[in-house]
Design a protein. Sequence first.
Length: 174
Amino acid sequence: MNNLKKSLKNIKLLIMDVDGVLTDGSINIDDDGKELKRFDVQDGFAIVLFQRRGFKTAIISARTCPAVTARAADLKIDKVYQDAYPKTFAYETILKDLHLTDEEACCIGDDLPDLCLFKRAALAVAVSNGRPEVKRAAHYVTRAGGGRGAVREVIEMILKAQGHWRKIVDEHAK
């Protein structure tokens, strides 16, 4: 638990997978073959709060989808890599571009393609509905599932550990 608290205090970057993390992992395809995704609004609001405090955000997905591009633009995600498999090159590029280190990175994942990031990031987080191998490799497993508040849970933990959360709550209570 002490290592978790220490890691939380150093985080400056949140890297998220999409399918199974920002979404519940469902892939819906309409009659025209267009892929639809469902994102959690509270996860999105937490990302905005996180960014307003000067933190950086990134998406690394092994798949490509226009809905991800649109959602990332809406949330002003700093770096977006789709069709990134394996994910290591995207991860290294993000750290280099943002002048950050492994010790400042938190990665949230749910499936095997995320394991390579878990070996590097200071804080590896698996969502509760993630694969068993991923949960075993994680430093923390969320209570909430992917697409159901897991990202919000992690962001709140980071903001609380770094002393930002009370200020955020107070600002919204005015």
